[in-house]
Design a protein. Structure first.
Length: 138
């Protein structure tokens, strides 16, 4: 995974919160997973038309991974960066990074499987979402 913001197709600001800090004075590791989820869902809702409240199809996390490279803490202004590594029939693999200025704080992978809301069985990625995801590929 490349380590520069320019290598990602989408970026969005992330405001740290006081509660994000742990007793060691930096953003706790689990918070980065929430940042990842926020960046991904921002794209899916805004660009893919994902209806998280009433849509027939939802994305569920099947796998996630994070590598930490530099600390961040409140009140840092961060930026989430996103690209798509692979699109399958019902799943997508994202590559995500969190930056503080030009410094990468964390990078990771996140796999979504799209499922029918009512049965939770895998379903093909809806066309509008697929088109949005394809725009994030290299």
């Amino acid at each position: 995974m490349k380590n520069e913001r320019k290598d990602y197709k989408f970026t969005t600001p992330i405001a740290t919160r006081w509660i994000d800090n742990d007793v060691y004075g930096h953003v706790n590791n689990v918070v980065y997973y929430a940042y990842f989820d926020t960046v991904i869902n921002r794209w899916l809702i805004d660009e893919g038309g994902l209806d998280i409240a009433k849509g027939d199809v939802i994305g569920v996390c099947a796998e996630s991974q994070c590598t930490y490279t530099s600390s961040a803490s409140f009140p840092d202004a961060l930026e989430g960066a996103l690209r798509v590594a692979k699109i399958g029939n019902s799943s997508v693999t994202y590559e995500i990074a969190i930056f503080r200025g030009d410094t990468m704080c964390a990078s990771g992978r996140f796999v979504h499987v799209f499922v029918a809301r009512d049965t939770r069985t895998p379903t093909p990625i809806p066309l509008r979402i697929r088109a949005a995801l394809e725009r994030l590929q290299p």
